[in-house]
Ligand binder design. Structure first.
Ligand code: ZN
Length: 261
């Protein structure tokens, strides 16, 4: 266990300082190379080489909005002026892209019909609101210290960047991402332990065009561990991604040359 922790620490620190090549792993095998080592999917069921050539990849235009890869990287950020057309969910005080809201309504109905009470966390979040949240957090670290230690402004901003998405790097701004919780279980630690709920969502989300965007096992590629965050990419891509155990970065890397995380 200690050795594993050391390895993870090395990988995580390498991730922060250098770009890493995405190699497709999917359900099986390694999916990320860093300094000549391959990080292996901890849930791999058997050892295989890259499945890239063996898969029947959808014939899509990766530049369409529904596939947009938004992340904390200058090449994949949204500007403050990006505002999708949204409308309000019927039963919740939350907004979603008009292109996908019907699919989200149907997905939520299915989950409720299964006997769960759905709570919607964030859905569409505009740039200004994300900016306000982010500024509030770094200012708090700067003003009151981080874990009791006084930090300078740059450090406060870097620390805030690790827990709240920097303005323009949240795909909630696309209007295609939604945080889904079971009622009473929306604290992050409780939600992470609510595996039965998310198993049900993962088994059914692709039918409605959604993927689980930040699964724990793909954290080194995505940078986030948020099982509650679902993203609309359309049914064809969603089925392909979920059935093959991919994350959006792996999917994206197939279509875009020289893509690194
Ligand atoms: Zn989210």
């Amino acid at each position: 266990m200690a050795a594993l922790c050391v390895l993870l620490a090395v990988i995580v620190s390498a991730r922060m300082t250098s770009k890493s090549e995405v190699i497709l792993g999917g359900v099986q095998g390694g999916y990320l190379t860093i300094e000549n080592s391959i990080f292996t999917d901890p849930e791999a069921s058997e050892e295989t080489v890259s499945a890239d050539d063996e898969l029947d990849w959808p014939d899509i235009d990766i530049n369409e909005t529904q596939y947009s890869l938004i992340r904390d990287d200058p090449d994949h950020m949204l500007t403050s002026s990006y505002e999708p057309e949204t409308s309000k969910l019927s039963e919740y005080n939350a907004y979603f892209s008009v292109d996908a809201i019907d699919y989200l309504e149907d997905f939520i109905s299915l989950i409720n019909d299964e006997g769960y009470k759905v709570v919607i966390g964030s859905a569409y979040v505009n740039w200004a609101w994300q900016n306000k949240r982010f500024n509030g957090l770094w200012w708090q670290y700067y003003e009151y210290g981080y874990n009791g230690v006084k930090v300078d402004k740059d450090t406060a901003v870097e620390l805030a960047r690790k827990s709240v998405m920097f303005p323009g790097t949240s795909e909630h701004q696309l209007g295609l991402a939604v945080d889904i919780f079971e009622k009473g279980k929306n604290d992050s630690a409780v939600a992470k332990a609510n595996t039965e709920f998310y198993k049900f969502l993962n088994e059914n989300c692709a039918e409605y065009g959604f993927i689980q965007r930040f699964p724990t096992k793909k954290m080194l590629l995505t940078g986030w561990d948020e099982p509650w965050h679902y993203r609309y990419v359309g049914e064809e891509a969603a089925k392909f991604i979920m059935e093959n155990g991919l994350c959006l970065e792996e999917f994206y890397a197939h279509y875009v040359e020289d893509f690194y995380v």
